[in-house]
Every structure is written in structure tokens, then in C-alpha cells.
Design a protein. Structure first.
Length: 160
């Protein structure tokens, strides 16, 4: 699905050798949140490891038929992508290292998903935290609309 996506991005299947990278990536996505706590550095480290392991276990049991990829640029891992294609093209998770955020990589990947879903006559769908204003704006700019909401997330989808 991700051949010739542009921006010199390469996608490879996730494996156990990626665990250290994935833990550091996950930690980077929680930095702002944890900086508002009174935890010391060691407590944060323990908390992140526990949360990462729980999320990893949850994803591997809940999304057995999903595709788990590591995103590379210039032979260096810069992110992770999890998606599933069924009645809809469902983006389960996307995360980029801090240095690679706001450079257009995520938007390029999302545009690819939207193109793929339209050419296969499927909706493209994802969930976004209600407080993730930056991502919410990007998704709206790309044409996704909120179709459901719970206390924590919006479910957004493209129109056919």
C-alpha cells in the first residue's frame, strides 16, 4: 500500500527489534502531558514503560489483523503506523518522532490513505483525542468529518 509515497519515506513491518525505538517514540508522545505532573524522572520512566506495555498488549490483542509498520526516512526510524483495511480503511495509530513532526510527513501519509480509500470506494476513518486540537484541525482540513464522539475521542471519517 505504501510504495512511492514520496518524501523519501520507507515503510517496513514492525518487529521485536523495534521495541526500544517504539518505547522512546511513545515516551515522546507523552512528554507534554507528563511535564504537568509532579513525578520525578524515574517515576515518569516507570509510568511510561507500564503504559507502553499495556498499550502494546492491547493493540496486539485487539488488532490481530492490522498492519504494524515502522516509518523510515534516510534509513532512520522516524515513526510508527498501524492500520487495518476492512469495510473502511481504519488508521489505528500514527506517531512521529519530535524532529519529524510538522514537516509534512504525517499529512503525506494521511493523503495517501485518503487516496487509497477513495480508489477502493471505502471510507477512511480514525480516532483523535478531543483535546488534540492540532491533529483535529489537520484532519478537518483534509476533509474528515466527526461522525461520533465519546468522552475522550472523536471518530472522524471521509465522505465517499
Amino acid at each position: 500500500m505504501f510504495e512511492n509515497i514520496g518524501k523519501n519515506l520507507i515503510f517496513k513491518p514492525q518487529s521485536q527489534k523495534d521495541d526500544e525505538f517504539l518505547l522512546s517514540l511513545y515516551a515522546s508522545t507523552r512528554e507534554d502531558e507528563l511535564n504537568m505532573t509532579f513525578m520525578d524522572k524515574e517515576q515518569k520512566k516507570v509510568f511510561i514503560k507500564q503504559q507502553f506495555e499495556a498499550k502494546t498488549k492491547d493493540y496486539s490483542s485487539k488488532y490481530k489483523d492490522a498492519t504494524f509498520l515502522i516509518i523510515y526516512r534516510k534509513k532512520k526510524p522516524i515513526g510508527r503506523l498501524i492500520y487495518k483495511v476492512s469495510q473502511v480503511v481504519h488508521l489505528i495509530d500514527i506517531a512521529l518522532v519530535k524532529k519529524s513532526r510538522s514537516l509534512g510527513f504525517g499529512k503525506e501519509i494521511l493523503n495517501h490513505f485518503i487516496f487509497y480509500s477513495r480508489t477502493h470506494n471505502k471510507h477512511f476513518e480514525l480516532n483523535v483525542a478531543v483535546d488534540n486540537i492540532k491533529a483535529l484541525k489537520l484532519y478537518q482540513d483534509l476533509g474528515l468529518r466527526v461522525i461520533r464522539r465519546n468522552s475522550y475521542h472523536y471518530t472522524m471519517q471521509t465522505l465517499l
